[in-house]
Design a protein around this ligand. Sequence first.
Ligand SMILES: Cc1ncc(C[n+]2csc(CCOP(=O)(O)OP(=O)(O)O)c2C)c(N)n1
Ligand SMILES: [Mg+2]
Length: 587
Amino acid sequence: MVLDYRNTNTLWASVAVETLVRLGLTTAIVCPGSRSTPLTMALASHSALEVMPILDERSAGFFAVGCAKRLRQPVVLVCTSGTAGANFYPAVIEASETGLPLLVLTADRPPEMRDCASGQTIDQQKLFGNFLNWYTEMATPVATAPMLAYLRQTMIHAWGKSQQPTPGPVHLNFPFRDPLSPLVEPEGPALAETLAKTLGGPTFFAAVRPLIGPQPGLLPGQVPWTQWGGMERGVIVAGPTEPENPEAYCQAVGTLSQQLGWPVLAEGLSPLRNAAPPIPGLISTYDSILRHPDWARDLKPDGVIQLGPLPTSKVLRQWLQAVQSPGWLVSAGSRNLDPLHGLTQRLPTSVTGLVADLARSHPPPCQHSQAYLKTWCDRNQVLRQHLDTTLAALDSFVESKIAWLLAQTLPPDTPLFIANSMPVRDVEWFWPPNQRRIQPYFNRGANGIDGTLSTALGLAHRNRRTVLLTGDLAFLHDTNGLLQVSKLQGHLTIVLINNQGGGIFEMLPIAQCDPPFEAYFATPQTVELEPLCKAYGVQYTLIKDWQQFILCLTNLPEQGVRLLEITTNRKADARWRQQLFQSLTIR
Ligand SMILES: Cc1ncc(C[n+]2csc(CCOP(=O)(O)OP(=O)(O)O)c2C)c(N)n1
Ligand SMILES: [Mg+2]
């Protein structure tokens, strides 16, 4: 236990940090500043913590998001007063939308020094609006036993609120009066004398324990097993997910699918397409299948079980909306995950919870139609083969082939962060099923192109060798993330698709309006990546052919950051995708 009795602020901050450590905190990201000195000192001097200093608060926020994805527990983020906290905003939004636990601790001036031009002081109350699980303004430090008990209890409450009922960010605004440095103040010795016994005693910290449950649960009979079992034609739609235990998730989805005899329409942004053993009934080409109007009509289901958020595919969403089949949402969280407004019932559990319920419920045998399942599987096989042969035959750099190749070349169990824009779409459309247990990660909470690199770095830190698949603009949006390169423990390979701007906009009708398309939508940049990489100590390689690309990905280095640039042509690639999709509709 590290309690710092040098002055009121040091004691206050050290009690807060000691409480968090006892709750299970392992990692804190600290941005430099003076007002936050007590928090920074208390965190930095605690031997149980990894504390990472990050200059740019926006990168720091996303680095923390990446850490939280890896650690599956709250990460502390600290900054000084003023605009610093505002730079956490996009990461707080992403954490909120995606359900990740963050504890944001902003330092502030005390109430009497606010709104009076005291310098670097802004209104930080509820700075993050509704994007929080909880906000509170902390009391200004007072070193008495009751106030320290209040502090301890508030940290316990904040820790719990960041995880239950749905994980998300919590913001605590910490006012500190001067002096901020950890120097021995006149009150220091007396503090130790009066409080050491209480704080060091058997009750103050000893009972602080990591959080347990409650797990969202199902009531007996809540899952409509008999109703589902009576349906001839059902589909399971498995959306983007980063489950804590990918193997258990895949196994549960496989069990559910086999129990009901329903196919699984599986997003590329989930571990399902990388499952070992593979999942029978897995449909990876649902977007391509449903582009064919006759097939889409034939395949109308009687019921739909939606696991988590919907996949990205617009074609799938339009089909689900058109068929208007009864739908069930399986989600342990409390967010509304139904943009189609078609689901009528939420089962408050994870798919593993659902399968546990199956084992208890002993439902009657299912009446599903073998023919319906077979139609999905046959069409999937035909299209899978078509996509695979088309992509295999491409010698030139067509960017969709990059996602397709990654699935076949990355070492088993590789964490892969996939940027928004065309990378997530190419993964959904083209990622072939494999048994490499590759773990996809993504920021699909708010679908931002901000913070991509920083999130990937946070994910890669102290992790297995990690890969980032990103577009040029998403990468350039977050180059301050490169400030972390020298401190990364582990390895990140950045696969950068340089199509000179936003290729996604080429897929939209606005692409036909040039000008102003190039200047205001595509926004090509003029940065030379090789010197940029050199400046930050990133190893740079320009990929010249697919062979070289494959070789680079099968051999991921142990340490450091490496960027592989592949130059592509966004206009030609948009045409290539459009032609491919058109050819599917007339099969
Ligand atoms: C923070 C933020 N700003 C703007 C956007 C809108 N946006 C979506 S994709 C995109 C272009 C991304 O370009 P790039 O990373 O090169 O990927 P590409 O489209 O070429 O695949 C933009 C600007 C966004 N999603 N997030
Ligand atoms: Mg681009």
